[in-house]
Design a protein around this ligand. Structure first.
Ligand SMILES: Cc1ncc(COP(=O)(O)O)c(C=O)c1O
Length: 451
């Protein structure tokens, strides 16, 4: 990679890894990305679960340009904008009836939105006279963001271990993981939920909220909870007077075949956190969608949320979000991501992924809609972990064949376990799905031969 005016042997733009050379991407279109050397890549990772409407959407680009032409920025301490009001209204409607009369706080991404949600839950408890409530219970093997507050409630050990001395830690419970279920799936929905009840009792009334990803994202690779789990969670939070924060940064905005994933279980969180697919990659955008009850406590109480971000509700970012949401609705992309719908691309994707079962290292293929995980093992019968680094080697091999996937480590216990996350754009075609899955199968077979 050329560093032109840069004298050091590393890139001027801080890279994810100093051990890798990253191709320079030039442009995108639909499910494809094109680099400067003329290679093209089918984006089965959706750029880490971001690109739901696909790359290079002209209508979104136009909406952004139009907003920029009118107004680039005004501070929310002085103004609101119709761009922000419009997206907030649309998003409340998109989130459904439980959010009628609620309000949306826009941020510049998922981590900021999680921080905002944590503080909102704390202030809600203070407003209703529960100043003693501040703890946030979360789950092991989860991910809620890179900033210190979001990291403190995350359970991804690799990403948090070295920062632990800098964090305030609260109680964590297990994330449902039926492939390696500690309860052997004997009423495991009830057993996992009982862990929340127990953790709450240990807080002696100090808990303000519980945060979880309704379907595990990158850390466990799209592990879907047992059927009754989310409804148990909802009931327990209500019984203990705490708020349920659903982190739908990865699962929201259509990704799993519902507007928000909690809808799979007819459940509604008090606070939804959205990101990734909300801006769809067209702008850094996150959102905290709060129910009327939460907003009312502040509006009728102290009157202001003690929180502020310079780029809260940035006009260009929310204009991008509006156009992305419009595209999702106009093109029926939530339906396209519904794997239970015959003829949908998600349905075709489920079928195509079955072919990976031929590979001896594939232990589990899981997920919902267009959020899928593949866990590798060294022996299927014993589920013994795959060799460390296998997922990354498969991802590299797939990239050489022109397919992008998202490799992760640590699904078993935070350090052992190898898996891929797949999250293609909903505009992908059936032919592209077949081709991409076939390349991935060959990449896995290649790596199996070398192991
Ligand atoms: C579930 C979940 N929450 C929060 C985040 C943090 O979002 P961001 O990286 O946009 O700050 C992520 C990012 O991967 C995520 O998957």
């Amino acid at each position: 990679m050329s560093n032109s005016a840069h004298a050091e042997p590393w890139p001027a733009c801080f890279p994810r890894s100093f051990r890798r050379n990253y191709p320079r991407v030039l442009r995108g279109g639909g499910a494809w990305l094109y680099d400067e050397r003329g290679s093209k890549y089918l984006d089965l990772a959706g750029s880490a679960g971001v690109s739901f409407i696909g790359h290079g959407d002209r209508a979104v680009a136009q909406n952004i340009a139009d907003q920029l032409g009118r107004l680039e920025f005004a501070h929310t301490s002085m103004f609101t904008t119709s761009a922000a009001e419009e997206l907030a209204c649309d998003l409340l409607a998109f989130a459904g009836a439980p959010y009628r009369g609620g309000s949306v706080y826009f941020t510049s991404g998922g981590s900021e939105a999680v921080e905002t949600a944590l503080k909102l839950a704390r202030q809600y408890q203070m407003e209703i006279g529960h100043g003693e409530r501040f703890e946030v219970i979360s789950r092991r093997q989860s991910y809620h963001g890179a900033t210190l507050g979001a990291m403190a409630v995350s359970g991804n050990q690799r990403r948090r271990a070295q920062y632990l001395p800098m964090m305030r830690e609260f109680r964590q419970i297990n994330t449902p993981y039926c492939y390696r279920c500690p309860y052997r799936c004997a009423d495991c929905a009830g057993a996992y939920a009982a862990e929340l009840e127990q953790a709450l009792e240990q807080t002696s009334g100090r808990a303000a909220a519980f945060i979880c990803e309704p379907i595990s994202g990158a850390t466990l690779g799209a592990a879907v909870p047992p059927r009754e789990y989310i409804r148990h969670i909802r009931r327990i939070c209500d019984a203990h007077g705490i708020l349920w924060i659903a982190d739908e940064v990865m699962t929201g905005c259509g990704r799993t075949g519902r507007n928000f994933a909690a809808e799979h279980w007819q459940a509604a969180a008090d606070i939804i956190v959205a990101g990734k697919g909300l801006g769809g990659g067209y702008a850094p955008l996150g959102a905290v969608i709060a129910t009327r009850r939460v907003v009312e406590a502040i509006a009728d109480g102290s009157g202001s949320f003690v929180h502020g971000l310079t780029y809260n509700a940035h006009p260009v970012a929310v204009a991008a979000g509006s156009a992305v949401l419009r595209r999702i609705k106009q093109a029926g992309l939530v339906g396209a991501a519904d794997c239970a719908r015959p003829g949908s691309v998600a349905n075709a994707f489920s079928a195509a992924l079955e072919s990976l079962g031929e590979c001896r290292s594939v232990g589990d293929v899981r997920g919902l809609g267009l959020l899928r995980g593949i866990e590798f093992v060294s022996h299927r019968d014993t589920k013994a972990p795959a060799k460390a680094g296998m997922a990354a080697r498969v991802a590299d091999a797939a990239q050489r064949k022109g397919v992008l996937v998202y490799p992760m480590q640590g699904c078993i216990d935070g350090s052992r376990g190898e898996h891929l996350l797949l999250a293609p754009p909903a505009v992908i075609s059936n032919d592209q799905i077949l081709w991409g899955t076939e390349q991935l199968r060959h990449a896995i077979l290649d790596i199996e031969q070398q192991e």
